[in-house]
Write a protein that binds this ligand. Sequence first.
Ligand code: SF4
Length: 239
Amino acid sequence: MAISVANQLDVSSLVSSLNFAQKVERSLGLIREARDEFGDGLVVANSLGKDSLVVWDLAKRVDPLIRGFIVTTRFKPKETLDFMEQIVKRYPELRVFSNNAPIPEDLPRTDPDRCCEILKVEPTRQAIQEMDVKCWVTGLRCTEGRTRTDYQEIEQRDKDLLKLNPILIWHEREIWQYLALYGVPVNPRYAKGYRSLGCAPCTQISQGADERAGRWIGTSKCGGECGIHTRPIKGDFQI
Ligand code: SF4
């Protein structure tokens, strides 16, 4: 059966009606179906955060040859860069993209939307184009925060590009359950109390219901999005 954006589901009901093991099976099934349909055009976006690590591990269980990409920036903390090096050494099929164009040093504070557009969205577009991606796989979860409640497991936001969100219905607790059960190494920044990881100037330790509340604190973007899930990803662009 072809993977399709038709027959969209009430994902919020699945969040509470399926147990952990059922969610793992559902996620593996979605990735398997997409791999069967898109072959090498199925590519995983890996942010090196806890959710991406679950998706990457699930994808490797479906087919060890599935490729992926990481978008990094000059503002990533040292622990994240060290962790990235370890992961890429282990999985050479993960390509790293970044944009080293000059920008004002204070751009993260003065215009974080522009900064994310240059340092995160543009390299994501480059990855999608260079790797000839037909369907990209993300670690989006609908329980992560206020900006993530309206997604679907299979989406089409760009022409000729599908997006698969195979762990959309997982709780934060189930992410940690999976990582512990399957012995998946995580970024050491979690041990310091961070719940959502990003660039150093824009990420703080936070508590409370919203996992992403520590992102972009003190700006209009607080708890928001970098743009890779909200802006066009395929089309004319220039790095
Ligand atoms: S998270 Fe902050 S530093 Fe990183 S690209 Fe966005 S605005 Fe710039």
